[in-house]
Design a protein around this ligand. Sequence first.
Ligand SMILES: NC(=O)c1ccc[n+]([C@@H]2O[C@H](COP(=O)([O-])OP(=O)(O)OC[C@H]3O[C@@H](n4cnc5c(N)ncnc54)[C@H](O)[C@@H]3O)[C@@H](O)[C@H]2O)c1
Length: 419
Amino acid sequence: MKPPIRIGIIGLGGYAGAHHNSVVQLEAQGHARLVCTCDPQAEAFAAQQESYEFARRGVKVFADYRPMLEAHGHELDMLVVPTPISLHAEMHRAGVERGIAVYLEKPPTLDYRELERMIATDRTAKKTTLVGFNFIIEKARLALKQRIISGEFGPLRETRLNAQWPRPYSYFARNNWAGRLLAPDGGVVLDSCFGNAMAHFVHNLLFWAGDSTLMSWGQPETARAELYRAHAIEGADTFFVESRTTSGVVMRFALTHACEGASLQTETVVCEKASIHYIVGQHAEIRWNDGRVEPVALEPFNALHENHLDYYRYLRGETSRPATTLVDSRPFVVLNNLAYVSSGEITPFPAGLVKSITHPHDAQNYLAVDGLPDALADFLAHGRWPGSALGWRTGSPAALVTPADLPRFIPTLEALAAR
Ligand SMILES: NC(=O)c1ccc[n+]([C@@H]2O[C@H](COP(=O)([O-])OP(=O)(O)OC[C@H]3O[C@@H](n4cnc5c(N)ncnc54)[C@H](O)[C@@H]3O)[C@@H](O)[C@H]2O)c1
């Protein structure tokens, strides 16, 4: 049996709790050992500490990650960083500087300038950081990507994401950074369905649109976006984004939290001879232009467990790279920033279209926009912009932008936050 990977986890609540649960299992299976953890409110998680059996397992608990690394950094193979996004860069750097491999939750950052600094830091790392986008390692996904790049379906033309996750009012009050563009100190927050909650699917779509190698992501050459909001938040809850990659693939992304009913996350890959419909967590199929439909089984997938094991294999030298690196995350971070520059405004939906619904299943209040599901579908299939087609946009049309426009990101954000 190989020696267990020795782990420190920063944080106890939120998604850090999911990492703790996974590591409890991985430890019981002999793959890992939790050495230490920390949280500024560690005492508020007394019940969790008991249920994770920290005392029996000999896990040391700290209030701050710095003294934790001071005391135990030399014993750690891996540091898990599942904390608020604005803390990722400093925690990542602290791990790298101590020679510890970092499992960094997605998104690595939502500021393209900070990402470049993190990439530079990671060049000095003993082991390349993993960015925890959950779905890249799915076996069916990798096998289909391999078939795409082999040319079996003909040239890749378009990729499309239809992601609709209803979120109640309470979701936007879950912490002090939900739905915000900027922090009180002026730092970039940019919390949104595109940048945070459904970031996995955006990153997946970029993965489908990569070049001729398996582990590649589409590089945005141009972008255009319309951003909307139904909720009383600073940021956007609905994104229409179109981007052309440097290899000519047209990617369309349609995401919203301003909806009701069941959640939906469908990725579509359009090639010359067939299109792939991949409903994450459910099933996939290949629809050939000649009428054949080829079902693709998606195996049960425990994302966190599998991503931990995949990174352990890399740390042990059994594989050559983590599933997603900071460099691989660049298209995601850049495209998200360009969406704001292109849109230049976050347009409130016409008031008459927004309705408030109380769902019987959870007694929570939701906002949904009449006609939005059709507008999202129309945009994905035909590239029809709701701003002009439905008269939803009040300002000038969204601009076609390129990565050369990134320096306009911070001024745009400041102007949006000031409105
Ligand atoms: N991979 C996924 O499926 C998935 C799902 C949800 C969230 N996430 C990601 O996980 C990260 C955390 O999100 P969240 O919603 O759980 O955030 P959160 O605000 O709930 O924070 C998570 C934890 O970090 C702790 N924390 C805050 N400041 C800290 C500090 N200075 N030192 C140590 N711990 C600190 C908090 O107390 C909490 O326990 C984000 O990057 C988010 O996008 C990933």
